[in-house]
Design a binder for this molecule. Structure first.
Ligand code: NDP
Length: 292
């Protein structure tokens, strides 16, 4: 542990892969860090690096002005914190456990009733990225908490604050993950398409990664059309041109599921059937906004 003149007395609840990475970054920066985990034995490496280990969550809360919760889910956060509401009163809680926007708002309301300053966080990184380039953490809830602890939060990754509505960080988090999972499914669909001709997924990945990276350059153009609300603007690929029938047919010929591509085709088709076939591809957002 290095010396830090601005050391914060901080407690980390939850030493899974992520909680341990967060605590480690705090220790490296010289913050006086107390850690607690439901199952004993997970703190050993952190203790060797200077952490204090608390026997109970209550002991951990009492030893810090700032409490970080990095548990499994919303239910586990309540399970651990509900009995400690009185001890948490007057302290600050930053919860980086993944929760839905509604759950984040519920926890913020619970904290407000208990007199706890509350900031909600959504981590856009995997544990080994914490404190390294590419890691970012999204926050919403108390602006005072965010600004007071911003230098500490920056230890984990680039921090962005979205506003007082505690659900916003989670909403952004899940919206970004939605894009990621659909992209991953698209990549894996492509890998499944070429597999029957003996192409390995690894070989396919070497082609898919630069291709998809280049295609992210189209996001801004789509976004400008969506924000402008006029899908008839020129130089866009039309919905009729974007028909995915040939990809569906080729996928079926390869003997694989067509579900991934069929999902996109349905979004396109609804707009074509509604008479918008000459309009741009970005118009499929209207299919998404208005469930069929
Ligand atoms: P792990 O599964 O590695 O750890 C889960 C932690 O939660 C453990 O400390 C576990 O304790 C604790 N826990 C689970 N249930 C309870 C309970 N009922 N009471 C007390 N403690 C409980 O998960 P991660 O550390 O990877 O993830 C933690 C949070 O961070 C999650 O919300 C996750 O979504 C989020 N996150 C994780 C990322 C990742 O890549 N790992 C990325 C972004 C966000 P015990 O050891 O006793 O089981």
């Amino acid at each position: 542990m290095t010396t830090n003149n601005n050391s914060v007395q901080v407690s980390v609840l939850g030493l899974g892969a992520m909680g341990s990475a967060l605590a480690d970054a705090l220790l490296k920066a010289g913050h006086a860090t107390t850690v607690w985990n439901r199952t004993p034995g997970k703190a050993d490496a952190l203790v060797a690096r200077g952490a204090q280990v608390a026997a109970t969550a209550g002991d951990a809360v009492r030893s810090g002005r700032l409490v970080i919760a990095c548990l499994l889910d919303h239910a586990s956060v309540h399970e651990v914190l509900d009995p400690l509401a009185d001890e948490l009163a007057g302290r600050t809680l930053i919860n980086v456990t993944t929760t839905s926007p509604a759950e984040s708002r519920e926890l913020a309301a619970w904290a407000a009733r208990a007199g706890i300053a509350y900031l909600d966080g959504g981590i856009m990184a995997v544990p080994h990225m914490i404190g390294r380039p590419g890691s970012s953490v999204l926050y919403s809830g108390s602006a005072d908490v965010f600004h007071q602890y911003e230098p500490l939060l920056e230890l984990w990754g680039a921090s962005t604050y979205f506003g007082e509505d505690a659900g916003l960080a989670s909403l952004y988090d899940l919206a970004l993950l939605a894009g990621m999972y659909v992209m991953f499914a698209g990549f894996l669909h492509g890998a499944a398409m070429v597999a029957p001709v003996g192409v390995t997924a690894s070989e396919f990945a070497t082609r898919a990664a630069p291709w998809l990276t280049a295609m992210t350059g189209a996001f801004q153009g789509f976004a400008e059309v969506v924000d402008g609300g006029d899908y008839t603007v020129e130089r866009q690929q039309s919905l009729l041109f974007s028909d995915l029938g040939h990809i569906l047919a080729a996928s079926a010929d390869q003997g694989i599921s067509t579900e991934v591509v069929a999902m996109v085709q349905r979004l396109i088709r609804r707009q074509i059937d509604a008479g918008h076939g000459e309009e741009g591809f970005a118009r499929i957002i209207e299919s998404i906004k208005q469930p069929g």
